[in-house]
Each structure stands twice: as C-alpha cells, then as structure tokens.
Design a protein around this ligand. Structure first.
Ligand code: PAF
Length: 283
C-alpha cells in the first residue's frame, strides 16, 4: 500500500492502471476510519482491481462554529486499517493542495440540498459537492462507494454524478451499526457515557416507527409525532429534524409508502448525529 499526498503523482499512478485496463474503485472519507468505512473498502476491494481510499478532512463542508478543528484525525491508525483490508493507494492531500491560493470554484446542487441537513447546515453540501467533484476528477474511478447513514449526501452525490455526466457508478452501502444499534460515525467519539447511552434513542426511534408502520399506521404526521416524543424523552437530546421523505427526491410525504425513508438529525449534547431507515419493505 502506498500513501500519496501529491495530486500529480496519484494521477500518474492511476493513469498507468487505467491504461493497463484496470478497474478503479474509490472510497472517499474524512478518515478516523470505523467498521462502516471498512465495509465500504471491502466492497470496493471486490469491485475494483485498484482500490483508492482518500482521507481528507474537507474544510469547505464545515460551517462556522462547527467541529472542523476538533474533527478526530489519526492517519497512522487509518493507514494500518486500510492496509489490512487491501487498499492499494491512500490519497491524503493537504488543504493547500486541494484549495491552493486563488481557488475560486464551487459545485452546487440545488433542490435536494435545500431541506434536511441542508436547512441547518446551509453551506455543507456545497463543500461536499465541490470536494467530491474534485476527488472524482483526480481519481477518475469507475466505481465510488458511500455509506447510507449520510442518506442525503448519497442522494446528492448521485444527482451530481448524473447531472455532470460523470462515468462513475455510485454505490450506497448499508448503515453499519454498533451491537446496540447506534449508527457508526467518526463523531461518536465525542459522546461521554451518558450521551452515548441516550444516543440510542435515534436507532430506537427508527425501530419504533417501523413497528408502527408494520401495525398499519400510514400517516406521516402520526409517525413523526411518535418519533419526536421518543427523542424528546431524553434529557440530553435536542432534535434538529425528524422527516419522512421519498427516498429518491427527498420530498416530504404525507402518507407512508414503499419509498418512505425516516430521517433524523439530533444533537446529543454538542454532537450532531444523523440516522435513517426505510419504513416499508424491510426485507
Ligand atoms: O462522508 C464523508 O466522509 C464526506 O462528506 C466526504 C464524502 C468524504 C466528502 O468530504
């Protein structure tokens, strides 16, 4: 496995691989890898001859007062984990390389970025779309893998890829959970033990909603009210949004159907967590 910081040398290596007819699989991350990331890498290993992992804590997707400075980083441990799952190239550029002096271009997807996380983090998806487009142009993968905990991000990246005619297959991988149900996230390290205990309310609320739907509940408002009540019962949780949307358009729905996905964002103390789950067709 090789760790590459320079954009040019990564491009050179990948140009050789492409010329030799190799398929390139790509997993973009902000590092501090957990088992969820490793599941993306394992799937990438199966799908590509060359597996590229990027580790870059992208400053442009953090808003003012968010956790850019504090975001957990451990390149050495990430590289050990990456090597163990068979990554070929770790691309770990500096901010100066990604956004050199004079950098002035942004990529903006409208519509599906407006609500949900986009409503409370208005500049977030512009930063994500900009860096993902740059990474796609640098790596030029055949296949790229994303986790579906960031459900809106995945939908936005699919939209971007389609709208900009990028010849990349986008694969969404299932949410990876701790044994007790908490969705894995690099931000879980911020939680103290009481916050960690209360954070279980997010995944519990999803199960509760799925059970209600199984019992025949079809009204979105009723399910949202039950989920909000469950979250509200935890003293350290402040809900950011609870929404039930169509899985492709992310438009809010009135009635639950096979395309309904429940999306939750909540602060547990200072830590903002997200989770989601389909409400029907759980097979
Ligand atoms: O999901 C993430 O870790 C980031 O948003 C991504 C896609 C790597 C872009 O910085």
């Amino acid at each position: 496995m090789e760790i590459v910081e320079s954009i040019e040398s990564l491009q050179q290596q990948l140009a050789h691989a492409r010329a030799a007819g190799k398929t390139i699989a790509f997993v973009p991350t902000m590092g501090f890898l957990h088992a969820g990331h490793l599941s993306l890498l394992e799937e990438g290993r199966r799908r590509g001859d060359v597996l590229v992992l990027s580790i870059f804590v992208n400053p442009t997707q953090f808003g003012q007062g968010e956790d850019f400075e504090d975001y957990p980083r451990d390149l050495q441990q990430d590289c050990a984990l990456a090597e163990a799952v068979g990554v070929d190239l770790v691309f770990a550029p500096s901010s100066a390389a990604m956004y050199p002096r004079g950098y002035a271009t942004e990529v903006n997807v409208s519509g599906i970025t407006a609500g949900l996380c986009g409503a409370s983090r208005p500049t977030h998806f512009r930063g994500v779309c900009t860096v993902v487009t740059k990474l796609f142009n640098i790596v030029q993968p055949h296949v790229a893998l994303f986790g579906s905990k960031d459900f809106q991000q995945l939908a936005v990246v699919k939209r971007l890829t389609q709208d900009l005619n990028l010849p990349i297959e986008i694969i969404g991988m299932p949410i990876y959970r701790e044994a007790d149900g908490l969705a894995m996230s690099s931000r879980n390290v911020y939680l103290d033990s009481e916050q960690r205990r209360q954070s279980l309310a997010l995944s519990q609320a999803i199960t509760l909603a799925q059970d209600l739907v199984k019992q025949g509940e079809g009204e979105v408002a009723t399910v949202i009210a039950a989920v909000s009540r469950h979250l509200g019962a935890q003293s350290l949780i402040r809900s950011d949004y609870v929404a039930i949307c169509h899985q492709l358009t992310l438009e809010p729905q009135q009635r639950i159907d096979k395309d309904s996905v429940l999306l939750i964002a909540a602060f547990v103390g200072q830590t903002r967590l997200i989770d989601n789950g389909y409400l029907m067709d759980l097979s």
